[in-house]
Design a protein around this ligand. Structure first.
Ligand code: ACO
Length: 380
């Protein structure tokens, strides 16, 4: 008879399952750093392209290095031939995250060597996937609105190009910067569920596309990246700021979860939420959406009073909902936005995993019966 594993930890809480040089989290102090740089500093001073370079190279680029990297990324903005036809076949009512998962998977079929897991090939594939997924999301959203896709503009940065392909007009500098801050703050976050998923898949020496596809499937869950859509639905359900307190108290009394609150690692306010709160307030003011910001803030105050003692504070998804709404994004594009950015983190982790890979293969504790006699079917 096999013995039970020494310790079973539900949800793998506190288990160290990988090493990374990309992001550091102190959940008690509410600290997040990418390669040692505080997320707040990156949100203030960096760009998404520079942040991706930092994550993938473990240092900030020099000017020429950033220019070369940006050029390479832009060279990958366009979709491979045939992808747009494929997107046109997707039912218009499909959820964008299901569409995105399927299309990222399909990209493998356009790669001449999809199974090459050398570091050089993994970097190329990462650039390809990161570069063209905005075109996938934008083309699908336009398809369901009955509009033709807009070709990418390689003269634009990652964020401006996405908003341009989505809306067919160049975004303002303020909207571009706001979107870029969202991309920076969502790019990587330790061994979160979707990143762990990506690492587990690549640890079989499968391929980058399979790892990304699986990670997208993980991210869409309402307990993970899907929570930002849940936050927006909640804000829409609350008629006015004055109704926020009763709404939250009723939910807590029923032991329902308030989306955008709580985190496995943070027992203090998620530093990304702090950055996005400032951004959301500014954007809400500029776009006439102060009611959304005020409802959010009212919810935060009630939650602080009621459950902060349990270590439940706003997470990254809470204020990103108001931010994305003010940028003009439809509700069901919120989680795909998370994916566009987190591809950077997933790719970096896949490359880290490939470097010194060991297959992930934990054990399950068997808790069923033993030595059970086989009962013939007519005796059961
Ligand atoms: N609202 C109300 N209560 C909560 C919440 C919440 N959002 N989150 C946790 N709690 C309570 C639980 O009910 C539980 O209370 P109890 O001890 O009295 O039973 C306690 O806090 C601990 O909850 P767990 O589920 O054990 O915490 P866990 O670490 O497993 O969960 C999770 C983390 C899944 C993020 C959780 O906080 C949650 O469901 N939040 C809402 C969804 C969400 O916002 N997800 C996004 C997370 S960030 C990201 O993935 C990008």
């Amino acid at each position: 008879m096999t013995t039970a594993p020494a310790s079973f930890v539900k949800g793998l809480e506190g288990i160290v399952a990988a090493q990374t040089e990309m992001s550091f989290i102190d959940g008690v102090e509410g600290v997040l750093e990418y390669v040692g740089i505080a997320i707040g500093d990156l949100a203030k001073h960096s760009t998404f392209e520079e942040t991706v370079y930092l994550l993938w190279n473990k240092r900030l680029p020099k000017k020429q290095e950033l220019e070369a990297f940006t050029k390479e990324l832009r060279a990958n903005y366009a979709l491979p031939d045939g992808m747009l036809d494929r997107i046109r076949t997707v039912p218009k009512q499909a959820e964008p995250m299901h569409m995105l998962r399927t299309m990222v998977s399909a990209l493998a079929m356009h790669d001449e060597s999809p199974n090459d897991n050398s570091v050089e090939a993994a970097r190329e594939k990462s650039l390809k996937i990161l570069g063209c997924t905005p075109a996938i999301v934008a083309a699908f959203d336009r398809h369901r609105r009955g509009l033709d896709p807009v070709a990418p503009d390689a003269g634009l940065g990652f964020s401006a190009n996405f908003l341009y392909m989505l809306n067919g007009e160049k975004p303002t500098d303020a909207m571009t910067r706001a979107f870029d801050i969202c991309m920076i703050t969502h790019a990587d976050h330790g061994l979160n569920n979707s990143t762990f998923t990506a690492r587990v898949v690549i640890s079989t020496l499968s391929d980058m596309y399979s790892a990304m596809t699986a990670a997208i499937g993980s991210l869409r869950g309402p307990l993970h990246g899907g929570a930002n859509e849940g936050v927006m639905k909640m804000l829409n359900e609350i008629p006015t700021v004055a109704d926020a307190e009763k709404y939250v108290m009723d939910k807590l009394a029923k032991k329902d979860r308030i989306m955008g609150f709580g985190h496995r690692v943070y027992k203090a306010k998620d530093p990304r939420a702090a950055e996005l709160m400032t951004l959301a307030e500014q954007l809400a003011r500029d776009t006439g959406n102060m009611d959304l910001y005020e409802k959010s803030h009212a919810i935060e105050l009630v939650m602080e009073r009621e459950v902060a003692s349990k270590g439940i504070y706003p997470n990254v998804d809470f204020y990103s909902a108001t931010t994305y709404h003010c940028i003009g994004l439809k509700l069901d594009l919120f989680t795909p936005m998370f994916a566009l950015s987190r591809i950077a983190g997933w790719a970096g982790h896949v490359i880290e995993q490939l470097d010194g890979n060991r297959l992930f293969r934990p054990k399950a504790e068997y808790v069923g019966p033993h030595a059970v006699a086989y009962t013939p079917i007519d005796k059961r």
